[in-house]
Design a protein around this ligand. Structure first.
Ligand SMILES: *[C@@H]1O[C@H](CO)[C@@H](O)[C@H](O)[C@H]1NC(C)=O
Ligand SMILES: *[C@@H]1O[C@H](CO)[C@@H](O)[C@H](O)[C@H]1NC(C)=O
Ligand SMILES: *[C@@H]1O[C@H](CO)[C@@H](O)[C@H](O)[C@H]1NC(C)=O
Length: 271
């Protein structure tokens, strides 16, 4: 499955196990974190979660959108038994007393997700227990169905990128970077992704490159005007001037998100 990922469509997933495969197949420059960003103050991005393997290895980001639900990218689907969700975290690998740990109850990737084209790269994770909203953990507002975000608007993407450093190194804290939205026309042009951008994607980055999301930031939030408009999805390298980062356009899926969460609760009440 992983070996079939085309050169230009590298999902921004990163586990140490998969690293070699992605590095070889996607020819990406491996960067440990958000490229060109900075560490925000602790717990300032209260809705971001770290998706980890059952062994505590970070591999993707996500956003809390309901006390029982996390929104992430479909390519972060590692199987329900292999995943753990950590809310309220800042420095991965350090216990700070603000973390909340959850096992997933179920994973719901979008039915139209296509791992060849990366279209509809979005997934909801239902938690087994509700999150406790507090000073460190809260919910992310989402955009309304089909609302766009104009090119040039500056948004902010956050993520951890990597966890496992050899002993003695400072644990990676959350990183964040501000990026302008790039028009679909430009991103889909022959100078850039040449026709591989669908209406379910948005692009963000500087025409000079240098700032971007990267491996391990997948599924994490691109926030514009306080709402999660994008999920880190794919790209070609990190911070390349020709290739901005490609994000799942969350506003295209707002109805699906609401319906999935709502129908799940209707089912719960009926049984
Ligand atoms: C994914 O998209 C490709 C290219 O459009 C198409 O050939 C393929 O059938 C799609 N796969 C699925 C599972 O829809
Ligand atoms: C577009 O996608 C096709 C098929 O996945 C791939 O062969 C091609 O290299 C991609 N081009 C760009 C610029 O992303
Ligand atoms: C991107 O370009 C391809 C090929 O020209 C086209 O089929 C597709 O609709 C374009 N995407 C968008 C969002 O306009």
């Amino acid at each position: 499955m992983l070996a079939s990922i085309p050169v230009m469509a590298c999902p921004l997933l990163w586990t140490l196990v998969l690293l070699k495969v992605f590095a070889a197949d996607c020819q990406v420059l491996v960067q440990p974190r958000i490229v060109g960003g900075y560490a925000p103050s602790p717990n300032s991005v209260k809705y971001i979660v770290s998706l980890q393997t059952s062994k505590g290895q970070h591999f993707c980001g996500g956003s809390l959108v309901h006390k029982y639900w996390v929104l992430t990218a479909a390519h972060c689907n590692m199987g329900v038994d292999q995943m753990m969700i950590v809310a309220g975290d800042y420095a991965l690998g350090l216990y700070e007393g603000t973390e909340q740990y959850f096992k997933p109850h179920s994973l719901i990737p979008h039915p139209l997700y296509n791992k060849t084209t990366n279209n509809a790269d979005i997934m909801l994770i239902k938690l087994r227990a509700p999150i406790d909203q507090n000073r460190y953990v809260s919910l992310a507002p989402l955009p309304r169905q089909n609302t766009g975000v104009l090119p040039g608007r500056v948004c902010r993407v956050s993520g951890w990128g990597s966890t496992s450093h050899s002993g003695g190194e400072i644990p990676p804290t959350l990183h964040t970077v501000k990026l302008p939205i790039v028009s679909t026309a430009k991103c889909n042009s022959s100078e850039s992704f040449s026709g591989n951008i669908t209406s379910n994607m948005i692009c963000a980055g500087y025409s000079t490159g240098g700032k971007d999301a990267c491996k391990g930031d997948s599924g994490g939030p691109l926030v514009c005007d306080g709402r999660v408009y994008g999920l880190v999805s794919w790209g070609n390298g990190c911070g390349d001037a020709r290739f901005p980062g490609v994000y799942t356009a969350v506003s295209r899926f707002r109805r699906w998100i609401d319906q999935t969460i709502y129908s799940s609760f209707t089912r719960c009440y009926k049984h």
